[in-house]
Design a binder for this molecule. Structure first.
Ligand code: C2E
Ligand code: MG
Ligand code: MG
Ligand code: MG
Length: 287
């Protein structure tokens, strides 16, 4: 596949694109067997109350321990699983596993209030079994619905009609929390917020990044102030993601954010660490 003069660069780019396509293809084909063989695992990242640094719960983040490529992050395979529909059984497994884990934390000394957040992709949202699966998983584990939070991205709900919102409304009515993930990146229709059965806004990492400059990016500060005010007036809690430094944490706490998540507090890790952190004062609080 020869290219015109000066094509070396293009050939190289082509070869890279080919390699990526082959990998993508291979990964896609390997997904179902990987699920059967138990190659997926979940890391948990603490969600921390900003006012005192105590651990509120954790977000479940799936990884694939690939026999050839090592540990792959969700960005490498969730889109593939979405396209092939494997996200439905994979997502069901993540839900089951995380809910069981949360119940385990709660049974351990000091873990009674720990909760778990689980991500839902658009295909899962459209899947007719969502409510029944969730109810079954909660019942068989004994976890209270209020200890589960399902995270849905804002973009997945853009233009959502009542039919799409119905399952989320039913889950919310059962007491499951619904969080709007990556909030502020889509075309946030703020008026639309009232229609959505959500109780938490998860402010996207890009706003957190704006808090890193000294002084913080004044536009981002204004936006976060506005979002927090709006959220609180609608009785929604605000979680911030991607907090990497004490400066960001202090700024976001001053702006009234309720809970936070990020490397500053802890990286995603093994489930036992969540319980250990909930018992210790090891989580840093900005002064
Ligand atoms: P998300 O739900 O917005 O999750 C937060 C992402 O930010 C995670 O990436 C987390 O590891 C990363 N993160 C946390 N703290 C920091 C920080 O301080 N700095 C930086 N730079 N990053 C931080 P991860 O684990 O790679 O997950 C990426 C996305 O994959 C998630 O974004 C979520 O949308 C999706 N995902 C993860 N697990 C699942 C799952 O079980 N099901 C579905 N459908 N999607 C999932
Ligand atoms: Mg999330
Ligand atoms: Mg997020
Ligand atoms: Mg994100």
């Amino acid at each position: 596949r020869a290219k015109a003069a000066g094509g070396n660069r293009f050939e190289f780019a082509d070869a890279e694109a080919d390699a990526r396509a082959i990998t993508r293809h291979g990964l896609t084909n390997a997904l179902p067997a990987a699920l059967e063989r138990g190659e997926f695992f979940i890391e948990y990242q603490p969600l921390v109350h900003m006012h005192d640094g105590s651990v509120h719960g954790a977000e479940a983040l799936v990884r694939w321990s690939h026999p050839q490529y090592g540990v792959l992050g969700p960005d490498r395979f969730i889109p593939l699983a979405e396209r092939t529909g494997l996200i439905v059984p994979l997502g069901r497994w993540v839900l089951e596993e995380s809910v069981r884990q949360a119940r385990n934390w709660q049974r351990q000394h000091g873990g009674a209030t720990l909760r778990v957040n689980v991500n839902l992709s658009p295909t899962q949202l459209h899947h007719p079994g969502l409510v029944a699966d969730t109810v079954r998983v909660l019942e068989s584990s004994g976890l209270a619905p209020g200890s589960l939070c399902l995270e849905v991205t804002e973009s997945a709900l853009i233009g959502a009609d009542d039919e799409l919102l119905e399952p989320l409304r039913r889950l919310a009515a059962l007491g499951v929390d619904i969080a709007l993930d990556d909030f502020g990146t889509g075309y946030s229709n703020l008026a639309n917020l009232r229609r959505l059965p959500v109780s938490v806004l998860k402010l996207d990492r890009s706003f957190t990044q704006g808090m890193q400059q000294q002084p913080a990016n004044p536009v981002d500060v204004k936006i976060v102030e506005g979002i927090v005010a709006l959220a609180h007036s609608l009785e929604l809690a605000v979680t911030v993601e991607g907090v990497e430094t004490g400066a960001q944490a202090a700024q976001l706490r001053a702006l009234g954010c309720d809970t936070a998540q990020g490397w500053y507090y802890a990286r995603p890790g093994a489930p036992d660490r969540i319980h250990a952190l909930s018992l210790s004062d090891a989580v840093p609080t900005p002064s």
